[in-house]
Design a protein around this ligand. Structure first.
Ligand code: T46
Length: 135
């Protein structure tokens, strides 16, 4: 299966004396149509989440409050990215194994997803992930 690269996109902020506003629009900054939105918050200290890749779901992750880190592994490249601003959006490809960690107590991680929730779309076994996306 095709391995593509996740990337961080820095979005502009619209600000005036009232404060700031940031916009994410499907098929513009986001290279997919949004079918689902969820957010992760009040994460317990020291917790690491994720530990999976997907077959088809593309996602955009943004810390609208606080910060967290995301470990990414696309079988070739392993990287850690820091989401510490409402302007930093991680476009997460399905082929990236991902783990979220180092959540600040005030972290609200907003996730926009291309598909409805489907447990069959998850690859939770690392060996299976390597079989699907490796080599
Ligand atoms: C991902 C990362 C960034 C639902 O019922 N519907 C949903 O839309 C989602 C996302 C989850 N769930 C249920 C499934 C589990 O019983 O909520 C529970 C926690 O989900 P999970 O353990 O998959 O959460 P994370 O933090 O490991 O992963 C989530 C997303 O599931 C996943 O797509 O890429 O955030």
């Amino acid at each position: 299966m095709l391995v593509s690269s996740s990337k961080i996109v820095e979005i502009g902020e619209l600000g005036d004396e009232r404060g700031y506003l940031a916009v994410l629009e499907q098929n513009k900054l986001l290279p997919f149509e949004i079918n689902r939105v969820f957010y992760i918050y009040k994460t317990s200290p020291g917790v690491r989440r994720g530990f999976h890749a997907h077959y088809k779901t593309r996602q955009a992750l943004v810390c609208v409050s606080g910060a967290c880190k995301v470990y990414l592994d696309n079988t070739i490249r392993k990287t850690d990215v820091l989401l510490d601003s409402p302007r930093k959006v991680l476009i997460l490809e399905p082929s990236d194994w991902h783990e979220m960690y180092d959540f600040s107590p005030d972290c609200v991680l907003l996730v926009l997803a291309s598909h409805l929730y489907d447990p069959e779309d998850y690859i939770r076994d690392y060996d299976q992930f390597l079989e699907v996306y490796g080599g």
